[in-house]
Design a protein around this ligand. Structure first.
Ligand code: SF4
Length: 88
């Protein structure tokens, strides 16, 4: 079982999770706004690395986790594997 104790310090704790799961069906502009809002919240989150790594370990393909989209998380994981990430 994964230790989820870090979620106690999540900046998004108690917030509406739909912000972190932008839906293309809502329209590109609305999805882009939701994504920007989520990223803004994540920027000041003290557990951003734990969140990102949990999503990567779980193979989470949807939503903003650790301030990143799925594609960004995958790129981050590839870069980290190649030793191109200085701090993880
Ligand atoms: S990084 Fe973003 S999505 Fe993850 S716990 Fe923090 S605020 Fe929530």
């Amino acid at each position: 079982m994964t230790d989820r104790g870090w979620t106690l310090w999540a900046r998004c704790r108690g917030m509406d999770t739909t912000t972190f799961f932008p839906q293309k069906e809502d329209g590109r502009l609305a999805a882009a706004r939701a994504e920007a809002a989520a990223r803004s919240i994540c920027r000041s989150c003290p557990v951003v690395a734990e969140c990102r790594d949990t999503a990567l370990q779980a193979g989470e393909t949807h939503g903003i986790w650790g301030g990143m989209t799925y594609a960004e998380r995958r790129a981050f994981a590839r870069a980290r594997k190649l030793g191109r990430v200085l701090s993880a």
